[in-house]
Design a protein around this ligand. Structure first.
Ligand SMILES: [Fe+2]
Ligand SMILES: [Fe+2]
Length: 274
């Protein structure tokens, strides 16, 4: 796991940059939103457990956390979920009800602490209200993003993720072509169904994102993007249905990939994201 960084006065990022030899890195982020009622958004990678808890504790006392918003139940988002809920007895788990049910197949989800949400729901936090929104692309049908209606921060789940040349804390620092290519590569791999889309209807979905008027994009798989990145990102997503489809590695290619990942990280076992 990498060092946490502050991306806005009220938003801290808990990042892991997964090395992908020959490609660069894939960012994997959880977020802390320091609202009057503090929120943790997602719970990192399981292999980062101790570091994740340390990073979280350096930003907020877990006992002060009131909400843990789990965008979806993929393994790169749920890593420390059980531990965090144990350390944060005053927090409720906000997620799609089916995420909670599905997770109960591998850990004893405290259903009495689950606050089931669906797209369009609002969650008041004292000084602001969060709105549950649908991400335009996703790899899990129970994905639910977050719009902070007070600041325009949009936590976009896997949407707007990108494979990047190197770790950075600001998407604006990534050269345009690298960012566009990396975002397209991620989108075709994470949402392969995008090739089936009706272009006009997908355009309407992207217009829906525009209408949210986000001022910052906090993707689970991109460094923090503040300022005027939205149009640039939407243009990239618009091109995804016509981009080259992602191709799975052959068994031989997969072997080479594992060797390179282990050599790069010094680990005996690589980690993966989705
Ligand atoms: Fe993900
Ligand atoms: Fe995912």
């Amino acid at each position: 796991m990498d060092a946490p960084y502050q991306a806005a006065p009220d938003v801290h990022v808990l990042p892991t940059n997964l090395p992908l030899p020959g490609v660069g890195v894939l960012p994997i982020n959880a977020y802390v939103l320091l609202a009057e009622e503090p929120v943790l958004i997602d719970a990192g990678l399981g292999v980062d457990g101790d570091q994740f808890v340390d990073a979280l504790t350096s930003i907020v006392d877990p006992r002060a956390l009131r909400w843990v918003w789990l965008t979806h139940d993929d393994a790169d988002h749920t890593g420390s979920i059980r531990r965090v809920l144990e350390m944060a007895p005053n927090a409720r788990l906000v997620t799609h009800g089916f995420n909670a049910l599905r997770m109960s197949s591998w850990w004893p989800v405290p259903f009495d602490r689950v606050h089931a949400i669906r797209v369009g729901d609002r969650l008041p936090l004292g000084d602001r209200t969060l709105r549950a929104v649908a991400p335009p692309l996703y790899d899990n049908p129970m994905s639910i993003g977050v719009l902070d209606e007070a600041t325009g921060s949009l936590f976009s789940v896997d949407s707007f993720g990108a494979l990047l040349p190197e770790p950075t804390e600001d998407a604006a620092q990534v050269p345009h072509d690298a960012l566009a290519g990396g975002m397209r590569a991620w989108a075709t791999s994470d949402s392969p169904w995008a090739h089936l889309l009706d272009r006009q209807r997908f355009g309407q979905v992207l217009d829906g994102v525009r209408r949210l008027q986000p001022t910052r994009i906090f993707s689970s798989h991109l460094p923090a993007a503040t300022g005027t990145s939205l149009e640039r990102f939407l243009e990239v997503l618009e091109s995804v249905p016509d981009a080259e489809p992602a191709r799975a590695p052959s068994h031989e290619e997969f072997g080479f990939m594992l060797e390179a990942m282990m050599a790069a990280t010094g680990e005996r076992q690589p980690v993966a994201a989705g």
